[in-house]
Design a binder for this molecule. Structure first.
Ligand code: FMN
Length: 179
C-alpha cells in the first residue's frame, strides 16, 4: 500500500513538512510506503486549461500518476490569507475524481497565528468532497508554527504531537481495513 503526502509549502525548512514527517513516521510503522511530494523540491507549472493532457510536462504526468496509484493521501498546507497555499491548490487542479474518488485523505495544516488554520482545514475538507475523497474527520492544525517545534522536529506541545501521530495511525488503520 502507498500513501502520497503533498506538502504545500515552497520553504525547505517548512513547518508543514515537519508536521507531515510526524504523521508519516506513524504510517511507516504499519508497513505502508510513503512518498512525500514537497513543493520546495517538486515544481509544477501553473495549471493550463487549454493544454491537452498528452502535452503535459513529464513532471505533471508523473504527479498525476502518483496520485492515481496512491491508496491514501495526506494534504498538508500552511494557511495563506485564510486559505490553502497556491502551490497545493495548483497541484490539486491537475487531479480529479478519476484519481481521487474513494481515497482516504488525512489533512494537517499550519498557521502563523495563534488561532490555528481552521479555515484551511475546512477548505481542504471541501476540496476532498469535490474530489469524492474521504477526509478523516480529525484534522489537526498547528498554531504559531514558527515556535511550535523542537530542534529534533517534534512538537513542543505533547498533546498536539499525539494528535498528529494519531492522524497517521488512523490513516494507516483505515487503509489496512480496506485492503
Ligand atoms: C503569503 C502568506 C500568507 C499567510 N497568511 C496567513 C494567514 O492568513 N493566517 C495565518 O495564521 N498565517 C498566515 N501566514 C503564515 C503561515 O501560515 C505560517 O507561517 C505557516 O506555518 C508557514 O508554513 P511553512 O513553514 O510550512 O512554510 C501566511 C504566510 C504567507 C507567506
Amino acid at each position: 500500500m502507498k500513501v502520497v503526502a503533498l506538502v504545500g509549502s515552497t520553504r525547505k525548512n517548512s513547518t508543514t513538512r515537519k508536521a507531515v514527517d510526524i504523521v508519516t513516521s506513524e504510517i511507516k510503522k504499519h508497513d505502508i510506503e510513503v512518498d512525500i511530494i514537497h513543493f520546495a523540491d517538486v515544481k509544477l507549472p501553473i495549471y493550463e486549461g487549454d493544454l491537452d493532457k498528452e502535452h503535459y510536462p513529464t513532471e505533471v504526468k508523473q504527479f498525476i500518476e502518483k496520485m492515481a496509484e496512491a491508496d491514501g493521501v495526506i494534504l498538508a498546507s500552511p494557511e495563506y490569507h485564510g486559505s490553502v497555499s497556491g502551490v497545493l491548490k495548483n497541484a490539486l487542479d491537475y487531479v480529479g475524481a478519476r484519481e481521487m474518488s474513494g481515497k482516504i485523505a488525512a489533512i494537517v495544516c499550519t498557521a502563523g497565528s495563534k488561532l490555528g488554520a481552521a479555515n484551511t482545514v475546512n477548505t481542504l475538507h471541501q476540496i476532498c468532497r469535490n474530489l469524492h475523497a474521504w477526509a478523516l474527520p480529525q484534522s489537526p492544525s498547528i498554531p504559531a508554527s514558527y515556535e511550535a517545534f523542537e530542534p529534533d522536529g517534534s512538537l513542543k506541545d505533547d498533546n498536539l504531537q499525539g494528535r498528529l501521530e494519531a492522524l497517521g495511525g488512523s490513516l494507516a488503520e483505515e487503509l489496512t481495513m480496506r485492503k
